[in-house]
Design a protein around this ligand. Structure first.
Ligand code: SF4
Length: 296
């Protein structure tokens, strides 16, 4: 609620304050925004909204003035299927540049915000930049900023302040990840015939069976990002997979993929002693035993 109220405040009065902040931080050389266009982006369904957004971006770029697009809809192909994304705002500059604006409710104290939250906002914004680039290539005179404007409450007040984040690194990472994603068709080919995720005409039990047919690699980070997190966490715990304990641990445990395998290796019941991971867990177990806490 606090986030929504802050966003409404930032965008109030036709986005005057938002455009002032953007001009102050990124509008070098341009006239200060007086009357900016605020096109209506309403349309039926995400596809219709994405088409309406693309048209509004084209018209705003051709107009040669400032424009503020509030909650535009962008489309990006992910693993062969369209994903629809909704940035908080996109501003069109008079020179044809498009800038993604992300409004967050965490504070910027003494002009600096929590680094992990800024990092997450940068990764999120990089995906919007990628999606915008797909529209910009079809729009004469348009270009997309590889820096985004992050707007947050200033210190302990609810007054907005902003900083510019360079997302070039996040863009490169996201591009690489998108090209490496397994295509949805390939995943679907591996599923038992007749598997469906349709909610109509299917019992909860058969839907759960369908979901379980899809391989998943749960990690605690999923809790903040995916609606299936509790389901996948329960499954990972039942299977005793080490990923449920964190990705870094999984990386360190190499070929030992379950808690049972790790404990058996630590007790010397299994595992190749020449394997550095097995040697490391045995050494850890020995140190633990020396400290008086046997490995259980
Ligand atoms: S919680 Fe979501 S992201 Fe994580 S493994 Fe399950 S389906 Fe994948």
């Amino acid at each position: 609620m606090r986030g929504n109220a802050f966003e409404a405040k930032v965008k109030g009065d036709g986005g005057t304050e938002l455009l002032r902040l953007l001009h102050e931080r990124m509008g070098a050389g341009a006239e200060p925004p007086g009357q900016a266009l605020t096109p209506d982006l309403a349309a039926a369904g995400p596809e219709g909204r994405a088409a309406r957004t693309a048209l509004a971006l084209r018209e705003a770029t051709e107009s040669g003035g400032w424009a503020l697009l509030d909650h535009p809809m962008l489309a990006l192909e992910v693993a062969g299927s369209p994903a629809y994304l909704e940035p908080d705002a996109v501003v069109v500059h008079p020179d044809g540049r498009w800038t993604v604006v992300e409004i967050k409710s965490f504070p910027m104290i003494d002009a600096a915000a929590d680094a992990s939250k800024v990092g997450a906002a940068a990764r999120q914004s990089a995906v919007y930049v990628l999606a915008l680039e797909r529209v910009a290539v079809l729009t004469k005179g348009a270009s997309v900023d590889h820096s985004v404007l992050l707007v947050c409450p200033k210190d302990f007040s609810n007054l907005p302040t902003a900083s510019v984040i360079d997302v070039r690194k996040q863009l490169a990472v996201t591009r690489r990840q998108l090209t490496r994603l397994a295509r949805i068709e390939d995943i679907a080919d591996e599923l038992p015939p007749g598997t469906t995720f349709d909610l109509d005409g299917q019992s909860g039990a058969s839907l759960a069976t369908a979901v379980e047919a899809v391989p998943a690699v749960y990690a605690p980070e999923c809790l903040a990002a995916c609606e299936l997190a509790f389901h996948c966490r329960g499954r990972a715990r039942d299977e005793g997979t080490v990923t449920a304990l964190g990705r870094s641990l999984r990386g360190e445990l190499g070929s030992l993929t379950t808690v049972g395998e790790v404990l058996a290796a630590a007790r010397g019941e299994s595992g190749d002693p020449a394997d550095p991971t097995v040697a490391a867990v045995r050494r850890a177990a020995a140190l633990r035993a020396e400290a008086g806490a046997p490995c259980r």
